[in-house]
Write a protein that binds this ligand. Structure first.
Ligand SMILES: N[C@H](CCC[C@H](N)C(=O)O)C(=O)O
Length: 685
């Protein structure tokens, strides 16, 4: 049998291209193994390279704009790759040459990708890179960010720092001083086959260059180095951004990192920029070596100009902000407890707060008018912050470390908490351009517990639902409404999709949080009243319960919708992109010492202040960043209420907090801290 083929080259990645509509090949893996071989494989007779980096089997749908093509890349070892950046560019050029328009929709196993072919140059939408361990995929349940793998000890790749990212396919990105000096055939295979990557990984080395990075990739499926790799280029950009290795933005601000990254027609290095603004501060208290001093100091601050206690003369490290007098006790073993209230836009005194004379405070409330949606007021979360600061300053601790961290942007993207926990300053996050911070969990020893400040009415909240927003995209084929059979109606298919959303049942009811919910909140489709609509999107709001993650939800929903809607039209689900992790569901075991200690102390303080029964252990009713700190035991606690008998309080014009409840919260936090960091601490280490 003779199989017609073409040979395409994308930035150095070369592919055999076979039109799957005209050539039917039974064993695609055997075909690819035979014809991609660099010694004995195909040649196009023009003196070019023998063999290929893979075979692209392509099916072009009948006319449409954009042209729609299904791409299957079978690699030299017979495996199928979910995505290939340079392959996709070749596919776009191939499809555009066979259709009228310049726009192409490429269906890959990793999802649908749009491409534009313009005068010989091809730009392909590359999707959103993810470090989510489930999506990479990784064997463990923590992201792999600039970390060494123990299992590489004794191999040629021992000690290399790896960052795992999925850009359609998994990549292990390794930054080195000089990519040209890397013995890639020796160094890459141990990483490519590491147990950490249950489905293997492409291994991409990168080193800084004048205008970006130089890159070399050892490809899974090729089992060798290729001359270029599009998903690898995106992986370098994503990892560089995550690790703060991108050059500063020229203007020192803004967020020029694109959400979507397109490979260009030339094999140029990848560059991207970022900028950040706003403070991130935290403070630690611990015994000095002689047990003598306590200090309040910025614990971690961004490198850069002197905001938030920075001192350039000290190489950008924090300078002490305040000290307290020596106490002269011996230093016991270190132990940490973290406290972290969040505040959008940095901490500010409550706008128009009233400060009556001290002796009259008990009967008065601080009222604050919200001037802007992103500036929460008195109870969300200035009251909780005041209580945490009060407790932090007053607590008598006998052992361990108590840290107060104040981070901005809780209401929107949680860039402050994200930086605190990962060391990564997301675009638009706190600090200067190119900032980095010391991640809190890297402290030695790691934290035992976190208390997140929120208005809980002095109750101890141990769980909360997560919140994700996603878009269901249905893509059919447009046709004249007079002959509907010649099209594929995306709006009709949306009916089947809505039914499937009703019955979506991915996760069992949670003991503390009950059922997850899934609500379609917006729907859009069709362009003209006499046309079979080709596209329809449904926006969905998911309130999740453990153990569901955002990535798991997306995958499960897409699978269910594909089952319900069928193959044509195509259905995909994407999560609304954000620069920081989603606020996922969290649940702390109510038996944890931090829960007990705070519940007892809150009950006593509430009682003493005449508030009646307080300190109940219950779920929190609003979104919270607590999942950023979990699975370390985390509780949400503070004075004030999200709503009272007269209606909404938090985020409302009438937002207020009772000063006596701020005092009671501070007392509860102080007493519970003293119990947790006292001589008879119930903490285990
Ligand atoms: N070998 C890769 C896929 C090809 C990626 C590459 N050629 C690109 O340009 O993105 C894998 O199995 O994951």
């Amino acid at each position: 049998m003779t199989v017609p083929f073409e040979k395409y080259d994308g930035a150095g990645n070369d592919f055999v291209v076979v039109d799957a509509e005209t050539a039917s090949i039974e064993d695609r893996a055997a075909f690819a193994r035979a014809h991609c071989d660099r010694e004995t494989g195909v040649t196009d007779g023009s003196g070019g390279r023998r063999g290929a980096d893979g075979v692209l089997f392509l099916s072009l749908a009948d006319d449409g704009d954009p042209a729609r093509v299904t791409m299957t890349l079978v690699q030299p070892d017979g495996s199928v790759a979910e995505m290939c950046g340079n392959g996709a560019r070749c596919v776009a050029a191939w499809a555009a040459a066979r259709s009228a328009g310049s726009r192409v929709a490429i269906d890959t196993p990793a999802g649908s990708r749009r491409a534009v072919v313009d005068d010989g140059s091809v730009a392909v939408e590359m999707g959103t890179p993810t470090f989510d361990p489930e999506a990479v995929p990784l064997a463990g349940d923590a992201p792999l960010i600039d970390a060494t793998l123990d299992e590489l000890a004794g191999t040629a790749s021992a000690g290399l720092s790896v960052t795992a990212v999925n850009t359609g396919v998994p990549h292990a990105v390794v930054f080195v001083g000089d990519v040209d000096a890397v013995q890639i055939d020796a160094v890459a295979p141990p990483i490519r086959h590491a147990d950490a990557f249950p489905e293997g990984a492409n291994v991409t080395f990168a080193s800084p260059a004048a205008d970006g990075f130089r890159q070399r990739t050892y490809e899974r499926g090729v089992e060798g180095e290729t001359r270029a790799c599009g998903t690898g280029a995106v992986a370098v950009a994503a990892a560089a951004r995550r690790l703060g290795r991108l050059p500063d933005a020229a203007d020192g601000g803004g967020s020029p990192c694109p959400r979507r990254v397109a490979t260009s027609a030339s094999p140029s290095p990848t560059t991207a920029r970022r900028g950040c603004a706003g403070p991130l501060q935290s403070a630690s208290r611990e015994r000095s070596p002689r047990g003598a001093s306590r200090e309040l100091r910025p614990h971690r601050v961004p490198r850069g100009r002197g905001q938030g206690g920075l001192d350039e003369r000290r190489g950008g490290r924090a300078r002490p902000a305040a000290r307290r007098a020596p106490e002269g006790r011996p230093r016991p073993p270190r132990r940490r407890c973290r406290e972290r209230p969040c505040q959008s836009g940095g901490w500010q005194p409550p706008p128009r707060a009233q400060h009556p004379p001290r002796h009259r405070l008990a009967a008065r409330r601080v009222r604050a008018r919200r001037r802007h949606r992103s500036r929460p007021g008195a109870c969300d979360a200035k009251g909780p912050l005041a209580a945490l600061v009060g407790a932090f300053l007053a607590a008598e601790i006998e052992q361990g470390t108590l840290t107060l961290a104040v981070t901005p942007d809780e209401e929107l993207l949680s860039t402050g908490a994200h930086a605190l926990m990962t060391g990564e300053v997301a675009p638009g996050g706190p600090g200067e351009a190119g900032a980095s911070v010391d991640p809190l969990p890297a402290a030695d020893p790691a934290p035992d517990a976190y208390v997140v400040g929120e208005p809980t009415g002095l109750d101890v909240c141990t769980a909360a639902r997560g919140r994700f927003e996603g878009t269901v995209s249905i893509e059919g084929t447009a046709a004249h409404a007079a002959s509907p059979e010649s099209g594929v109606n995306a709006v009709s298919a949306a009916g089947r999709a809505l039914d499937a959303l009703e019955s979506f049942d991915n996760v069992a009811a949670h003991s503390q949080l009950g059922e997850a919910t899934l609500v379609p909140t917006a729907i859009e489709g069709g362009e003209s009243t006499n046309q079979v609509p080709a596209g329809c999107t449904i926006t969905v709001d998911r309130r999740s319960v453990p153990p569901e993650t955002a990535a798991g939800f997306r995958r499960a929903l897409e699978a269910q919708l594909r089952r319900s809607v069928g193959a044509d039209p195509s259905v995909s689900v994407s999560l609304t992109a954000r620069e920081t992790p989603f606020l996922e569901a969290f649940a702390t075991d109510p038996g944890e010492p931090v829960v007990d200690a705070l519940a007892d102390a809150a009950a006593a303080a509430g009682d003493a202040a005449g508030f009646g029964q307080r300190g109940a252990v219950r779920p929190f009713g609003a979104a919270t960043e607590a999942s950023y700190f979990a699975p370390t035991p985390t509780v949400v606690f503070g004075p004030g209420h999200l709503a009272d008998e007269a209606g909404a309080v938090a985020h409302a014009e009438r937002e207020y907090v009772d000063i006596p409840s701020v005092r009671a919260a501070a007392t509860a936090l102080r007493k519970s801290t003293e119990r947790l960091l006292g001589g008879d601490s119930p903490l285990s280490n």
